[in-house]
Design a protein around this ligand. Structure first.
Ligand code: PLP
Length: 417
């Protein structure tokens, strides 16, 4: 018997958890599943722009070897230039580090920072990798509330209340996954002020910064931090629709002197994995020299905006569901009145949805959310496919709600399985 490490016992990542596993088994048995569970543009016909495919094919040979541990200089210089344009104080391309996706960098910074029992302030709901990686690094995730009544903006008083002598860092995800919230400059300035007053390191995950709806504007946290250190995360997965290439970066801004030892730790970890995937880094300079294709897709008439509308209509027209209007990213996080539909919990909802409609969603508790029940939909499929999937979900939910209202007991598929 080979057991997994004890460290993993408390690590949760439900986006690829048991419901996802069940979907895989159904697919293996010949079922077609509509995957509304994950922010993967790959299967849904988002063609890479020609300037990216050209950069990839032209540099195939050059990308054969290992690169500098921090990444290709040209890529890092273009990221530095974009950061400066956004008002971020970053002095040298050495303060930009490339990773195999932001995912790797999240794990790297937390492993470099945390000692056993150190606390990290994370949003709830959150993108659960932040929580999982904190736990994996022997840290303690402490969740601060984002308020659905206030467009899912962070609750400043809750952040303050949860700071202890063990708190080391504060994480912002903006635009947010799973809520789609885009934070106002006032909120960001207040969070920066709180972090500064308590000496917390700021991590700002801005991987969706080009995906904005209805005129929403994104502000980088680091544009308000000046000389105060902040680490900003971005990448090619979402804005440039190439998650499979695994290409992300982090920008260490402000006065880096107080971070010298921590940066030495990050550099050690970056060196241990030799370098990040080299080929996509060749596409970074050309990609950042123009707006992301997601900008046009999020405008009125663009496909993402159309898909978002379809999702909103589904929520509006289904009694028992409601949602805050998402302003960024490509997720919706509707609230569901579980009782009205006869579900014991959101896990039962996700399994029942999968088994009766072949639509895969993620239950709200998968985002470390413990308030009223929610679930997440990624609205990435083309309009026709999305509409077809959501109308099956609506039919299932409507029939359950009507049965419950009529006093007829409803048996969830999860109980039959
Ligand atoms: N951060 C957030 C908020 C995300 O939603 C995701 C992926 O969904 C990531 C980071 C990871 O992105 P990457 O593909 O760069 O690893």
């Amino acid at each position: 018997m080979i057991d997994k490490s004890k460290r993993l016992d408390e690590v949760k990542y439900e986006i690829r958890g048991p419901v996802f596993e069940m979907a895989r088994q159904m697919e293996a048995a010949g079922k077609t599943i509509t995957r509304l569970n994950i922010g993967n543009t790959g299967p849904f016909g988002y063609a890479l722009p020609g300037y990216i495919t050209d950069a990839l094919s032209e540099n195939l040979e050059k990308a054969q070897g290992y690169a500098d541990t921090r990444g290709l200089t040209a890529a890092r210089k273009s990221i530095l230039a974009q950061a400066r344009d956004r008002g971020i104080r970053v002095t040298s391309p050495d303060n930009v580090i490339m990773g195999n996706g932001v995912s790797e960098l999240i794990q790297m910074v937390l492993a470099a920072l945390l000692n056993e029992g150190d606390e990290v302030l994370l949003p709830t709901p959150d993108y659960p990798l932040w929580t999982a990686a904190t736990t994996l690094s022997s840290g303690v995730p402490v969740h601060y509330l984002c308020d659905s009544e206030n467009g899912w903006q962070p609750v400043l008083a809750d952040i303050e209340a949860k700071i202890t002598p063990r708190t080391r860092a504060l994480v912002l995800i903006n635009p947010n996954n799973p809520t789609g919230a885009v934070y106002s400059p006032e909120v960001l300035k207040s969070v920066v002020e709180i972090a500064g007053r308590h000496g917390l390191l700021l991590f700002s995950d801005e991987i969706y910064d080009s995906i904005l709806f209805e005129g929403a504007k994104h502000y980088s946290t680091a544009s308000f931090t000046g000389e105060y250190p902040c680490i900003t995360f971005g990448g090619m997965s979402k804005n440039f629709m190439m998650p499979g290439f695994r290409c992300g970066w982090m920008i260490i801004s402000g006065n880096t002197d107080p971070l010298a030892d921590f940066i030495e730790g990050i550099t050690k970890l970056a060196g241990m994995r030799l370098c990040a995937n080299v080929l996509p880094q060749y596409a970074v300079p050309v990609a950042l020299s123009q707006p992301s294709p997601m900008v046009a897709m999020s405008q009125p008439g663009g496909r993402l905006e159309r898909q978002r509308r379809i999702c909103l209509d589904f929520i509006e027209n289904t009694e028992g569901l409601s949602s805050v209007l998402p302003k960024g990213a490509f997720y919706m996080f509707p609230k569901i009145d579980l009782q009205a539909f006869g579900y014991a919990d959101d896990f039962e909802l996700a399994i029942d949805m999968l088994q009766t409609t072949s639509v895969l969603i993620v239950q709200g508790t998968g985002f470390n959310w413990t308030g009223e029940a929610h679930f997440r939909i990624a609205f990435l499929p083309e309009a026709d496919e999305l509409e077809a999937a959501l109308s099956k979900v609506k039919a299932r939910l409507d029939s359950r709600r009507e049965a419950i209202a009529a006093g007829i007991p409803v048996l969830s598929e999860v109980l039959i399985a």
